[in-house]
Design a protein around this ligand. Sequence first.
Ligand SMILES: Nc1nc2c(ncn2[C@@H]2O[C@H](COP(=O)(O)OP(=O)(O)OP(=O)(O)O)[C@@H](O)[C@H]2O)c(=O)[nH]1
Ligand SMILES: [Mg+2]
Length: 261
Amino acid sequence: MISVIIPTLNEFENIEPLLGRILQCQPAPDEIVFVDDGSTDGTRERIRAFSTSAPVRLIERNSPVFGLSGAVIAGARAAKGDLLVVMDADLSHPPEKLSELVLPILEGTADMVIGSRYVPGASTPGWPVWRKIMSRIAAGIAYPLTGVHDSMCGFFAMRKTSLLEFTPAATGFKIAFEAIVQGGKQLRVLEIPIVFRDRARGTSKMSPSVALRFALRWLAAASRMPFRRGTQVHPQGAAVSKPPSSADLEITAPCPPVDRR
Ligand SMILES: Nc1nc2c(ncn2[C@@H]2O[C@H](COP(=O)(O)OP(=O)(O)OP(=O)(O)O)[C@@H](O)[C@H]2O)c(=O)[nH]1
Ligand SMILES: [Mg+2]
């Protein structure tokens, strides 16, 4: 059973177009769990309006703790599905990639699949140069600790048990990064390329304090046992964080090294 978890904070205008696209996915998820942390723009009412016509649930956190990560963990705990897809509400993440995210986990070839902005075939159209630079810097400093090109991304699939196991202390914005660092070599991470669209509606919740918090989490992670994964790239652009098995090689070889320039 697949549950999609979507944290929301004042995303009123995005709920309807987002649900419209998710519900068209094949296979459609079994449930869509929104976790709202006190939106004041009618987001909750908008979500509730869909709960009779779609498999939509709303978790309302009125005294939210641990920010965006806390919201995702609350959604994971409440989810009925054993397989979770986490995504933002602002349509930056293409819901159409849902099946590509879950398939490797269902097939047992990966434990976590990331919708990545930084593997061949991915792009971030419309981003201003400063944003590209900032995002690349964040992803770049995370790479030595994760071996993953886009551990900052908020679009990923993993088993509920893994997510809850590897994010007990997660706070702040970057739960995928936390899970990858905690999961270490136990977690086989696969990156598939996505086209990441800038949000068209609503306002960003990214702020300097969010960036500062990430810097502190990075320092905490770096001070623990850092590790580096050997990352290989599938010809079609996906990257997997550990060398593929011989069975995988049938579809992935030859594996050119990742160009990190
Ligand atoms: N529940 C909850 N959701 C949050 C919180 N902060 C952000 N969100 C949601 O998390 C997702 C990511 O937030 P964004 O504001 O899009 O952050 P971003 O993608 O880094 O920044 P932009 O690209 O500028 O949009 C969105 O769905 C937000 O509504 C929070 O504290 N609690
Ligand atoms: Mg966003």
